[in-house]
Write a protein that binds this ligand. Structure first.
Ligand code: ATP
Ligand code: MG
Length: 250
């Protein structure tokens, strides 16, 4: 679109471009643009970088995915528009299954997201043959595949809706999420919440997968020691300290 690299908000504007393209290509739902705006606001507050608390969570996320029997990465429209390539790469590295799961479900959009993931090398993508229902949700939002999310023990659900996150928890799954809003219901319901932008978080989880692979004992220890509530509190305290130290006119 011709955004100059020197623009101080280059990265952020590029992400907006990707979402706008995603909307035109039928990957992203209109409301996805609004959800992204909420995310951007929180990204501004953390300084648009991976903070220590988020890196700690990404490490636990990697351990959970590696220790899982049947890990699944759930991909929605925004995740596909921003990180299709990175999600495919992470799924191959773990390895984990990929499933397209939409809040505003339409067969056409599921199909488009599946082909986007395949474009980046995904071999099998779940979601088109939804044959199971997550209990406690209305029909469309509950749809998933029995051999995908329904049967998974660990699910990575970035940018997830609070209701569905809670419903997955009730199914006794280990839920890992990426959500820039540390106060959202999703952030609070998940077992592991990475408060970071998905574009930084997915590659960071993959980096940790590389570091932790084979270190069973270390992974079990960090999973056992993990306290998500405490981590979210650290994020909030980071944000408030940061805001207090910021000068309006530097
Ligand atoms: P909840 O239903 O969990 O209370 P919500 O209704 O505020 O949350 P949703 O619209 O359901 O939010 O989901 C969007 C969430 O994803 C928001 O919390 C937003 O902060 C987050 N988000 C949006 N874009 C990104 C991004 N690029 N990276 C990480 N998180 C993001
Ligand atoms: Mg919501």
């Amino acid at each position: 679109m011709g955004i100059p690299r020197s623009h101080p908000r280059y990265q952020s504007l590029m992400l907006r471009e990707k979402l706008a393209d995603g909307l035109r290509e039928g990957l992203v739902h209109e409301t996805g643009l609004i959800a992204h705006g909420r995310g951007e606001a929180f990204d501004y507050l953390i300084g648009e970088e991976t903070i220590e608390a988020a890196d700690d969570a990404a490490r636990v996320a990697a351990a959970q995915l590696l220790l899982a029997d049947d890990p699944v990465i759930s991909v929605n429209g925004n995740a596909a528009a921003l990180t299709a390539k990175e999600c495919v790469s992470l799924a191959k590295t773990v390895p984990a299954k990929l499933e397209v799961n939409l809040f505003h479900r339409s067969k056409g959009r599921v199909r488009r997201i599946v082909s986007e993931l395949k474009k980046y090398g995904a071999e099998r993508v779940y979601g088109l043959n939804a044959d199971s229902l997550i209990p406690g949700l209305d029909h469309d939002r509950a749809l998933c595949e029995e051999t995908g999310i329904f049967g998974a023990d660990v699910v990575l659900v970035p940018l997830e809706d609070g209701d569905r996150c809670e419903a997955l928890k009730k199914m006794e799954k280990t839920v890992v999420t990426i959500d820039l809003n540390p106060l959202s219901r999703t952030a609070r319901a998940a077992d592991v919440t990475i408060v970071d932008n998905i574009v930084r978080a997915i590659p960071n989880i993959e980096r940790w997968v590389g570091e932790l692979r084979g270190k069973e004992e270390e992974m079990r220890k960090i999973v056992k020691m993990w306290n998500n509530e405490k981590n979210l509190r650290n994020v909030l305290s980071y944000i408030s300290k940061r805001l207090n130290s910021l000068q309006v006119y530097p």
